[in-house]
Write a protein that binds this ligand. Structure first.
Ligand SMILES: [Zn+2]
Ligand SMILES: [Zn+2]
Length: 425
């Protein structure tokens, strides 16, 4: 069993987590009931007062193209929840397939279909389906945590750098000037990032780099990124001694390379922040360079989960370490249903499918095997023998009779597995 049990009060409002032994006692005494298995959550059956949490708990959110991290950290440096969210990457190909089907249908003789009008307009805040799915999964991950922990707010990383601060160092906020993070938003860090951490002259990227001022500071050159380039020590010395000459063209190329994300990535982050603001009063944005500095300070290695812990911990930066959990909740986002050419709503021929063929089990239902292993229904056969796997599809049992399975939870659009060094419950 994981070493934290999440607790809700009688009305379903989250309280502070408790130890498994305490939760077990409450369950045995009928003072609580089980809400869900992963994460293990109980709901008290009696009224409590005065037990409300006063500690500050923040959620940190960091997401990439395939995976994200969502964690909750308590002021004091204790991680109360950590998760990796595996995002759907199949949407684009499925949209392409749908388009192919539609096109082939147009050239076939089919029944009359009502013309579709006015279905091509894109509303403000429109996102391509592949990105929208990712954004929604991350928002859902935050919502799920807020149902089991009394959180105060959410921190979201929205970009690698705060460009406003890079371009105009004078507006650095106090969080950067208080010492711990000083210098991390500086133009120097940004210039190294912009130049892809390589010497722009010899292109070496495995040597210490320095930033060179194109117009020297004593001649009035500024600390702005447009006046700086990255050079290795050797080339830098060469430039100053006159042995190496940087071409006008190359300088222009690097300094004009204004940092941009592809615009759609920005709109996904905007979408996430907007959606979170609808749900929570306290939503703060942060930047990758700060996350990195905090993560290193806390002594955590690079991973999506650790990044999200660092994002959540930024407000508690006076701490030198965090105690992470010995396990991680791995969440996988699933398609809502299967695309049906023939059997779906509005298809040519309607053939009803009968899920009772599969003895009441659905794909990705969470089940327990007789030996206590917890897995997911990966494949169902009408013979009643199923294929059970872990969340990544690695098989536990290729052919087990349905009657030997104990249903733990129904498949949802997000399924969860506990992974880590403590034995999963
Ligand atoms: Zn060099
Ligand atoms: Zn120089």
């Amino acid at each position: 069993m994981t070493d934290k049990v999440y607790v809700q009060d009688k009305d379903g409002q989250p309280l502070m987590p408790t130890k498994p032994a305490r939760a077990r006692r409450k369950l045995d005494q009928g003072k609580a009931e089980v809400v869900q298995r992963d994460p293990f959550t109980i709901r008290l059956t009696y009224e409590v007062d005065g037990e409300k949490n006063t500690e500050e708990i923040r959620i940190g959110l960091d997401e990439g193209s395939k995976k994200g991290g969502a964690s909750a950290v308590q002021n004091g440096g204790e991680v109360l929840y950590q998760s990796e969210v595996q995002l759907r990457t199949d949407i684009r190909s499925k949209m392409d397939r749908r388009r192919r089907y539609r096109r082939s249908r147009r050239s076939r003789k089919t029944r009359y279909r009502k013309p579709k009008f006015d279905n091509r307009r894109r509303e403000e805040g429109w996102l391509p389906p592949s990105l929208k799915s990712k954004a929604e999964s991350m928002v859902k991950a935050v919502k799920d945590i807020s149902e089991i922990l009394p959180i105060e707010g959410v921190n979201v990383e929205i970009a690698p750098f705060d460009m406003q601060k890079v371009k105009d160092p004078d507006i650095e906020g106090e969080e950067y000037q208080n010492g711990e993070l000083k210098g991390h938003t500086s133009a120097r860090q940004y210039v190294l990032y912009r130049d892809k951490h390589q010497c722009i002259n010899c292109k070496k990227d495995d040597v210490p780099l320095q930033t060179h001022h194109i117009q020297p500071k004593r001649e009035g050159g500024t600390d702005k990124p447009s006046n700086m380039v990255s050079l290795c020590v050797e080339c830098h010395e060469g430039v100053h001694s006159g042995e190496v000459e940087l071409s006008e063209r190359s300088l222009k190329y690097w300094t004009n390379k204004e940092y941009k994300y592809a615009s759609h990535v920005n709109s996904m982050k905007d979408y996430i922040v907007d959606e979170l603001k609808k749900l929570f009063d306290d939503v703060k944005v942060t930047f990758g360079n700060i996350t990195k500095a905090v993560r290193k300070k806390l002594g955590l290695g690079k991973s999506d989960v650790n990044d999200s812990i660092a994002v959540a911990s930024q407000d508690f930066i006076d701490k030198d370490s965090v105690s992470t959990l010995g396990y991680t909740f791995v969440k996988k986002c699933l398609p809502r249903g299967r695309y049906r050419l023939h059997k779906g709503e509005g298809s040519e021929v309607s053939i009803p499918t009968d899920d009772s063929d599969y003895f009441g089990f659905n794909r990705w239902d969470k089940v327990e095997l007789p030996d206590g292993t917890v897995g997911f229904v990966k494949g169902r056969r009408k013979s009643g023998y199923f294929d059970i796997s872990d969340i990544d599809g690695n098989s536990y049992d290729h052919s087990i009779r349905y009657s030997k399975l104990e249903l733990i939870s129904r498949a949802d659009t997000i399924i969860t597995e506990v992974r880590g060094n403590s034995s999963p419950q």
